[in-house]
Design a protein. Structure first.
Length: 353
Protein backbone atom coordinates (compact mmCIF):
# COMPACT_ATOMS: atom_id res chain seq x y z
CA UNK A 1 0.00 0.00 0.00
CA UNK A 2 1.55 3.35 -0.98
CA UNK A 3 1.12 5.96 1.70
CA UNK A 4 -0.29 9.46 1.13
CA UNK A 5 2.36 12.11 1.76
CA UNK A 6 1.57 15.68 2.73
CA UNK A 7 3.75 18.79 2.67
CA UNK A 8 1.84 21.15 4.93
CA UNK A 9 -0.45 19.79 7.62
CA UNK A 10 -2.83 22.14 9.40
CA UNK A 11 -3.71 21.06 12.91
CA UNK A 12 -6.69 22.85 14.46
CA UNK A 13 -6.82 22.83 18.26
CA UNK A 14 -3.17 21.80 18.42
CA UNK A 15 -2.65 23.44 21.80
CA UNK A 16 -5.25 21.24 23.48
CA UNK A 17 -4.84 17.75 24.88
CA UNK A 18 -5.00 15.43 21.87
CA UNK A 19 -3.89 18.01 19.30
CA UNK A 20 -0.69 18.71 21.26
CA UNK A 21 -0.01 15.00 21.61
CA UNK A 22 -0.53 14.62 17.86
CA UNK A 23 1.95 17.42 17.08
CA UNK A 24 4.52 15.76 19.38
CA UNK A 25 3.77 12.49 17.61
CA UNK A 26 4.33 14.00 14.13
CA UNK A 27 7.74 15.32 15.14
CA UNK A 28 8.65 11.97 16.71
CA UNK A 29 7.70 10.26 13.46
CA UNK A 30 10.06 12.64 11.65
CA UNK A 31 7.23 13.93 9.50
CA UNK A 32 9.03 15.80 6.72
CA UNK A 33 6.56 18.60 6.02
CA UNK A 34 5.49 21.73 7.88
CA UNK A 35 3.09 21.64 10.80
CA UNK A 36 0.78 24.63 11.16
CA UNK A 37 -1.31 24.96 14.32
CA UNK A 38 -4.42 27.15 14.54
CA UNK A 39 -5.76 27.46 18.07
CA UNK A 40 -7.97 30.05 19.73
CA UNK A 41 -6.33 29.29 23.10
CA UNK A 42 -9.54 28.91 25.08
CA UNK A 43 -9.27 27.80 28.72
CA UNK A 44 -8.33 24.34 27.33
CA UNK A 45 -5.63 25.53 24.93
CA UNK A 46 -2.25 25.76 26.58
CA UNK A 47 0.90 26.95 24.79
CA UNK A 48 2.95 25.14 27.45
CA UNK A 49 1.80 21.86 25.89
CA UNK A 50 4.05 22.66 22.92
CA UNK A 51 6.96 24.44 24.52
CA UNK A 52 9.48 21.90 23.17
CA UNK A 53 8.07 22.29 19.68
CA UNK A 54 7.80 26.08 19.45
CA UNK A 55 11.31 26.67 18.18
CA UNK A 56 11.27 24.06 15.44
CA UNK A 57 11.66 25.62 12.01
CA UNK A 58 8.87 23.48 10.54
CA UNK A 59 6.30 24.52 13.16
CA UNK A 60 4.04 27.59 12.83
CA UNK A 61 1.44 28.79 15.30
CA UNK A 62 -1.49 31.15 14.81
CA UNK A 63 -3.87 32.18 17.54
CA UNK A 64 -7.13 32.16 15.59
CA UNK A 65 -10.75 31.15 15.94
CA UNK A 66 -11.98 28.54 13.46
CA UNK A 67 -15.20 30.58 13.31
CA UNK A 68 -13.15 33.36 11.64
CA UNK A 69 -13.43 32.38 7.98
CA UNK A 70 -11.14 35.07 6.54
CA UNK A 71 -8.30 34.54 8.99
CA UNK A 72 -8.35 30.76 8.58
CA UNK A 73 -8.55 31.05 4.80
CA UNK A 74 -5.51 33.36 4.73
CA UNK A 75 -3.49 30.89 6.81
CA UNK A 76 -4.53 27.90 4.70
CA UNK A 77 -3.64 29.79 1.52
CA UNK A 78 -0.36 31.21 2.84
CA UNK A 79 0.92 27.78 3.90
CA UNK A 80 -0.46 25.92 0.89
CA UNK A 81 -2.13 23.44 3.24
CA UNK A 82 -2.80 20.01 1.71
CA UNK A 83 -4.07 18.20 4.82
CA UNK A 84 -6.26 19.43 7.67
CA UNK A 85 -6.45 17.41 10.88
CA UNK A 86 -9.34 18.98 12.72
CA UNK A 87 -9.25 18.64 16.52
CA UNK A 88 -10.47 22.08 17.60
CA UNK A 89 -13.64 21.78 19.63
CA UNK A 90 -15.31 22.52 22.89
CA UNK A 91 -14.85 19.07 24.39
CA UNK A 92 -16.26 18.77 27.90
CA UNK A 93 -19.76 17.33 28.42
CA UNK A 94 -20.34 19.08 31.78
CA UNK A 95 -19.52 22.47 30.28
CA UNK A 96 -21.91 21.76 27.39
CA UNK A 97 -24.68 21.17 29.93
CA UNK A 98 -23.96 24.48 31.69
CA UNK A 99 -23.64 26.48 28.47
CA UNK A 100 -24.08 24.89 25.03
CA UNK A 101 -23.58 28.04 22.95
CA UNK A 102 -19.81 27.83 22.44
CA UNK A 103 -20.25 24.19 21.46
CA UNK A 104 -22.64 25.15 18.68
CA UNK A 105 -20.35 27.89 17.38
CA UNK A 106 -17.01 26.10 17.52
CA UNK A 107 -18.05 22.53 16.83
CA UNK A 108 -20.64 23.20 14.15
CA UNK A 109 -20.00 26.64 12.62
CA UNK A 110 -16.23 26.28 13.02
CA UNK A 111 -16.23 22.92 11.23
CA UNK A 112 -18.51 24.31 8.52
CA UNK A 113 -16.09 27.22 7.96
CA UNK A 114 -13.09 24.94 7.56
CA UNK A 115 -15.01 22.72 5.14
CA UNK A 116 -16.05 25.73 3.08
CA UNK A 117 -12.48 27.05 2.95
CA UNK A 118 -11.13 23.68 1.81
CA UNK A 119 -13.92 23.24 -0.74
CA UNK A 120 -13.08 26.63 -2.23
CA UNK A 121 -9.29 26.37 -2.13
CA UNK A 122 -8.87 22.71 -3.05
CA UNK A 123 -11.06 22.66 -6.17
CA UNK A 124 -8.15 22.10 -8.53
CA UNK A 125 -5.63 20.68 -6.10
CA UNK A 126 -4.71 16.99 -6.01
CA UNK A 127 -3.73 14.91 -3.00
CA UNK A 128 -5.59 16.78 -0.29
CA UNK A 129 -7.38 15.45 2.79
CA UNK A 130 -9.64 16.81 5.52
CA UNK A 131 -9.50 14.49 8.54
CA UNK A 132 -12.14 15.13 11.20
CA UNK A 133 -11.67 13.96 14.78
CA UNK A 134 -14.85 12.89 16.50
CA UNK A 135 -16.12 10.89 19.41
CA UNK A 136 -17.97 7.66 20.14
CA UNK A 137 -20.45 9.78 22.12
CA UNK A 138 -22.30 10.54 18.85
CA UNK A 139 -23.64 6.96 18.97
CA UNK A 140 -25.47 7.47 22.28
CA UNK A 141 -25.49 5.15 25.26
CA UNK A 142 -25.15 1.35 25.35
CA UNK A 143 -26.76 -1.13 27.73
CA UNK A 144 -24.80 -3.94 29.36
CA UNK A 145 -23.84 -5.53 26.04
CA UNK A 146 -23.02 -4.53 22.48
CA UNK A 147 -20.57 -2.18 20.80
CA UNK A 148 -20.52 0.91 18.61
CA UNK A 149 -19.64 0.08 15.00
CA UNK A 150 -18.90 2.59 12.24
CA UNK A 151 -22.46 2.16 10.93
CA UNK A 152 -24.24 2.37 14.29
CA UNK A 153 -27.01 4.99 13.92
CA UNK A 154 -26.25 8.33 15.56
CA UNK A 155 -28.12 9.04 18.82
CA UNK A 156 -26.34 11.91 20.59
CA UNK A 157 -27.73 12.84 24.00
CA UNK A 158 -25.69 15.78 25.35
CA UNK A 159 -25.23 19.21 23.76
CA UNK A 160 -21.55 18.23 23.28
CA UNK A 161 -22.29 14.99 21.45
CA UNK A 162 -25.10 16.61 19.45
CA UNK A 163 -22.70 19.30 18.24
CA UNK A 164 -20.07 16.68 17.33
CA UNK A 165 -22.70 14.57 15.53
CA UNK A 166 -23.72 17.61 13.56
CA UNK A 167 -20.12 18.30 12.54
CA UNK A 168 -19.62 14.66 11.49
CA UNK A 169 -22.70 14.90 9.27
CA UNK A 170 -21.41 18.09 7.67
CA UNK A 171 -18.04 16.45 6.93
CA UNK A 172 -19.75 13.44 5.30
CA UNK A 173 -22.07 15.76 3.37
CA UNK A 174 -19.10 17.63 1.91
CA UNK A 175 -17.69 14.33 0.67
CA UNK A 176 -20.94 13.17 -0.90
CA UNK A 177 -22.03 16.53 -2.27
CA UNK A 178 -18.79 18.27 -3.25
CA UNK A 179 -16.39 15.30 -3.39
CA UNK A 180 -14.18 16.95 -0.78
CA UNK A 181 -11.66 14.24 0.22
CA UNK A 182 -12.46 13.52 3.85
CA UNK A 183 -11.93 10.87 6.50
CA UNK A 184 -13.49 10.74 9.97
CA UNK A 185 -12.46 8.96 13.15
CA UNK A 186 -14.67 8.37 16.20
CA UNK A 187 -12.73 7.43 19.28
CA UNK A 188 -13.34 6.54 22.88
CA UNK A 189 -12.20 8.38 26.04
CA UNK A 190 -8.54 9.38 25.78
CA UNK A 191 -6.14 9.65 28.69
CA UNK A 192 -2.49 10.68 28.97
CA UNK A 193 -0.28 13.75 29.35
CA UNK A 194 -1.54 17.33 28.80
CA UNK A 195 -5.23 16.60 29.45
CA UNK A 196 -6.99 19.52 31.11
CA UNK A 197 -7.84 18.41 34.65
CA UNK A 198 -11.60 18.75 34.34
CA UNK A 199 -11.85 15.27 32.78
CA UNK A 200 -12.08 12.23 35.02
CA UNK A 201 -8.52 10.84 35.10
CA UNK A 202 -6.48 14.06 35.52
CA UNK A 203 -9.07 15.54 37.89
CA UNK A 204 -8.77 12.50 40.14
CA UNK A 205 -4.95 12.64 40.02
CA UNK A 206 -4.91 16.27 41.15
CA UNK A 207 -7.44 15.66 43.92
CA UNK A 208 -5.58 12.56 45.09
CA UNK A 209 -2.37 14.53 45.25
CA UNK A 210 -4.00 17.27 47.28
CA UNK A 211 -6.04 15.00 49.56
CA UNK A 212 -9.31 16.41 48.20
CA UNK A 213 -12.57 14.53 47.68
CA UNK A 214 -12.87 12.35 44.60
CA UNK A 215 -16.28 13.21 43.14
CA UNK A 216 -17.91 10.16 41.54
CA UNK A 217 -21.11 10.94 39.66
CA UNK A 218 -24.28 8.95 40.42
CA UNK A 219 -23.71 5.30 41.37
CA UNK A 220 -20.25 5.21 39.76
CA UNK A 221 -21.26 2.34 37.50
CA UNK A 222 -21.13 4.20 34.20
CA UNK A 223 -18.64 2.57 31.87
CA UNK A 224 -16.08 4.20 29.59
CA UNK A 225 -13.54 2.63 27.20
CA UNK A 226 -10.11 4.19 27.81
CA UNK A 227 -7.64 4.78 24.98
CA UNK A 228 -4.07 5.93 25.56
CA UNK A 229 -3.69 9.22 23.71
CA UNK A 230 -0.51 8.15 21.85
CA UNK A 231 -2.41 5.14 20.49
CA UNK A 232 -5.11 7.51 19.30
CA UNK A 233 -2.41 9.57 17.55
CA UNK A 234 -0.98 6.54 15.76
CA UNK A 235 -4.53 5.64 14.65
CA UNK A 236 -5.08 9.11 13.20
CA UNK A 237 -1.72 9.00 11.44
CA UNK A 238 -2.51 5.66 9.84
CA UNK A 239 -5.86 6.99 8.61
CA UNK A 240 -4.42 10.12 7.04
CA UNK A 241 -1.77 8.03 5.31
CA UNK A 242 -3.82 5.02 4.26
CA UNK A 243 -7.50 5.43 5.14
CA UNK A 244 -10.11 5.18 2.42
CA UNK A 245 -11.43 8.58 1.45
CA UNK A 246 -15.06 9.14 2.44
CA UNK A 247 -14.90 6.57 5.22
CA UNK A 248 -15.17 6.55 8.99
CA UNK A 249 -12.91 4.59 11.36
CA UNK A 250 -13.59 3.80 15.01
CA UNK A 251 -10.57 3.95 17.33
CA UNK A 252 -10.96 2.38 20.77
CA UNK A 253 -8.94 1.08 23.69
CA UNK A 254 -10.90 -2.19 24.06
CA UNK A 255 -10.50 -1.35 27.72
CA UNK A 256 -13.80 -0.87 29.54
CA UNK A 257 -13.90 0.33 33.13
CA UNK A 258 -16.70 1.20 35.52
CA UNK A 259 -15.88 4.67 36.84
CA UNK A 260 -15.78 3.53 40.45
CA UNK A 261 -13.45 0.63 39.66
CA UNK A 262 -11.15 2.97 37.78
CA UNK A 263 -11.08 5.49 40.62
CA UNK A 264 -10.34 2.67 43.08
CA UNK A 265 -7.51 1.49 40.85
CA UNK A 266 -6.02 4.97 40.82
CA UNK A 267 -6.31 5.06 44.62
CA UNK A 268 -4.38 1.82 44.94
CA UNK A 269 -1.57 3.13 42.70
CA UNK A 270 -1.40 6.23 44.92
CA UNK A 271 -1.32 3.96 48.01
CA UNK A 272 1.84 2.36 46.58
CA UNK A 273 3.42 5.73 45.77
CA UNK A 274 2.37 7.52 48.98
CA UNK A 275 1.78 4.87 51.65
CA UNK A 276 1.63 7.52 54.40
CA UNK A 277 -1.64 8.83 52.98
CA UNK A 278 -3.27 5.41 52.52
CA UNK A 279 -5.94 4.39 51.97
CA UNK A 280 -6.64 7.01 49.31
CA UNK A 281 -10.07 5.57 48.59
CA UNK A 282 -11.36 7.19 51.77
CA UNK A 283 -11.54 10.33 49.60
CA UNK A 284 -14.17 8.84 47.27
CA UNK A 285 -17.38 10.88 47.47
CA UNK A 286 -20.52 10.07 45.53
CA UNK A 287 -22.04 13.28 44.14
CA UNK A 288 -25.25 14.11 42.28
CA UNK A 289 -25.30 12.56 38.82
CA UNK A 290 -24.66 14.42 35.58
CA UNK A 291 -28.02 15.04 33.81
CA UNK A 292 -28.53 12.61 30.91
CA UNK A 293 -25.36 10.72 31.90
CA UNK A 294 -24.67 8.11 29.20
CA UNK A 295 -24.37 4.68 30.83
CA UNK A 296 -21.85 2.81 28.74
CA UNK A 297 -19.57 3.43 25.78
CA UNK A 298 -17.73 0.58 24.03
CA UNK A 299 -16.12 0.62 20.63
CA UNK A 300 -15.58 -2.08 18.07
CA UNK A 301 -12.42 -1.03 16.23
CA UNK A 302 -11.87 -4.08 14.04
CA UNK A 303 -12.11 -2.01 10.87
CA UNK A 304 -8.97 0.09 11.51
CA UNK A 305 -7.19 -3.01 12.79
CA UNK A 306 -8.07 -5.20 9.80
CA UNK A 307 -7.82 -2.61 7.04
CA UNK A 308 -4.96 -0.41 8.23
CA UNK A 309 -3.06 -2.75 10.53
CA UNK A 310 -3.38 -0.38 13.50
CA UNK A 311 -3.39 -1.68 17.06
CA UNK A 312 -3.06 -0.29 20.56
CA UNK A 313 0.51 -0.44 21.86
CA UNK A 314 0.10 0.59 25.49
CA UNK A 315 -1.70 -1.59 28.05
CA UNK A 316 -3.82 0.21 30.62
CA UNK A 317 -1.63 -0.57 33.63
CA UNK A 318 1.38 1.01 31.90
CA UNK A 319 -0.55 3.92 30.41
CA UNK A 320 -2.26 4.82 33.68
CA UNK A 321 0.98 4.70 35.68
CA UNK A 322 2.75 6.81 33.02
CA UNK A 323 -0.10 9.32 33.17
CA UNK A 324 -0.09 9.53 36.96
CA UNK A 325 3.69 10.00 36.94
CA UNK A 326 3.42 12.72 34.30
CA UNK A 327 0.99 14.76 36.42
CA UNK A 328 3.00 14.20 39.58
CA UNK A 329 6.19 15.43 37.87
CA UNK A 330 4.74 18.40 35.97
CA UNK A 331 3.90 20.63 38.90
CA UNK A 332 4.51 23.91 37.03
CA UNK A 333 2.04 22.92 34.34
CA UNK A 334 -0.55 22.13 37.01
CA UNK A 335 0.13 25.25 39.10
CA UNK A 336 -0.28 27.47 36.05
CA UNK A 337 -3.70 25.94 35.37
CA UNK A 338 -4.73 26.25 39.00
CA UNK A 339 -3.79 29.92 39.12
CA UNK A 340 -6.50 30.58 36.47
CA UNK A 341 -10.25 30.13 36.88
CA UNK A 342 -9.96 26.37 37.35
CA UNK A 343 -11.28 26.05 40.91
CA UNK A 344 -14.20 28.42 40.27
CA UNK A 345 -15.36 26.24 37.43
CA UNK A 346 -15.23 23.01 39.45
CA UNK A 347 -17.17 24.61 42.27
CA UNK A 348 -19.82 25.94 39.90
CA UNK A 349 -20.10 22.51 38.27
CA UNK A 350 -20.94 20.70 41.49
CA UNK A 351 -23.06 23.45 43.08
CA UNK A 352 -25.46 23.87 40.21
CA UNK A 353 -26.59 20.26 39.78
P1 LIG B 1 -9.34 20.00 24.42
O1 LIG B 1 -10.54 20.66 25.01
O2 LIG B 1 -8.24 19.58 25.31
O3 LIG B 1 -8.69 20.95 23.33
C1 LIG B 1 -9.45 21.65 22.38
C2 LIG B 1 -8.54 22.67 21.71
O4 LIG B 1 -9.32 23.38 20.73
C3 LIG B 1 -8.00 23.72 22.69
O5 LIG B 1 -6.64 23.93 22.45
C4 LIG B 1 -8.81 24.97 22.37
O6 LIG B 1 -8.12 26.19 22.64
C5 LIG B 1 -9.09 24.77 20.88
N1 LIG B 1 -10.29 25.50 20.44
C6 LIG B 1 -11.50 25.50 21.05
N2 LIG B 1 -12.34 26.31 20.36
C7 LIG B 1 -11.64 26.79 19.29
C8 LIG B 1 -11.96 27.66 18.23
N3 LIG B 1 -13.18 28.21 18.11
N4 LIG B 1 -11.01 27.94 17.31
C9 LIG B 1 -9.77 27.39 17.42
N5 LIG B 1 -9.41 26.59 18.43
C10 LIG B 1 -10.33 26.29 19.36
O7 LIG B 1 -9.93 18.79 23.58
P2 LIG B 1 -9.30 17.36 23.30
O8 LIG B 1 -9.66 16.47 24.40
O9 LIG B 1 -7.90 17.53 22.86
O10 LIG B 1 -10.18 16.91 22.05
C11 LIG B 1 -9.74 17.13 20.71
C12 LIG B 1 -10.77 16.57 19.76
O11 LIG B 1 -10.96 15.18 20.03
C13 LIG B 1 -12.15 17.22 19.89
O12 LIG B 1 -12.67 17.38 18.60
C14 LIG B 1 -12.94 16.21 20.70
O13 LIG B 1 -14.31 16.28 20.39
C15 LIG B 1 -12.33 14.91 20.23
N6 LIG B 1 -12.42 13.79 21.19
C16 LIG B 1 -11.85 13.92 22.44
C17 LIG B 1 -11.89 12.82 23.30
C18 LIG B 1 -11.25 12.87 24.67
O14 LIG B 1 -11.31 11.87 25.41
N7 LIG B 1 -10.60 13.94 25.07
C19 LIG B 1 -12.53 11.64 22.92
C20 LIG B 1 -13.11 11.57 21.66
C21 LIG B 1 -13.01 12.65 20.79
P1 LIG C 1 -15.31 12.71 31.41
O1 LIG C 1 -13.85 12.57 31.65
O2 LIG C 1 -15.96 14.03 31.66
O3 LIG C 1 -15.57 12.19 29.93
P2 LIG C 1 -16.98 11.88 29.16
O4 LIG C 1 -18.09 12.50 29.91
O5 LIG C 1 -16.76 12.57 27.85
O6 LIG C 1 -17.05 10.40 29.07
O7 LIG C 1 -16.04 11.65 32.32
C1 LIG C 1 -15.74 10.25 32.25
C2 LIG C 1 -16.72 9.53 33.15
O8 LIG C 1 -16.45 9.90 34.52
C3 LIG C 1 -18.17 9.91 32.93
O9 LIG C 1 -18.98 8.76 33.14
C4 LIG C 1 -18.46 10.96 33.99
C5 LIG C 1 -17.58 10.51 35.15
N1 LIG C 1 -17.04 11.57 36.01
C6 LIG C 1 -17.17 11.47 37.40
O10 LIG C 1 -17.75 10.49 37.94
N2 LIG C 1 -16.62 12.45 38.18
C7 LIG C 1 -16.00 13.55 37.65
O11 LIG C 1 -15.55 14.44 38.40
C8 LIG C 1 -15.88 13.63 36.23
C9 LIG C 1 -15.19 14.79 35.58
C10 LIG C 1 -16.41 12.62 35.44
Amino acid sequence: MSKRQFNNILITGGSGFIGANFIHYLFKQEFQGNVINIDKLTYAGNPENLKDIEKKSKYFFYQADICDYDKCKDIILKHNIDCVVHFAAESHVDRSIHGPKDFIYTNIIGTFNLLEICRNLWKDKDNTLFHHISTDEVFGSLGDSGYFFENTPYDPRSPYSASKASSDHLVSAYFHTYELPVTISNCSNNYGAYQFPEKLIPLMILNLQEGENLPVYGDGKNIRDWLYVEDHCSGIYSIIQNGNVGETYNIGGENEWENIKLVNKMCSIMDELFPDNSPHNKLITYVKDRPGHDRRYAINCNKIKDELGWKQSVDFETGLRKTINWYLSNTNWINNIKSGTYKNWLQKNYESR
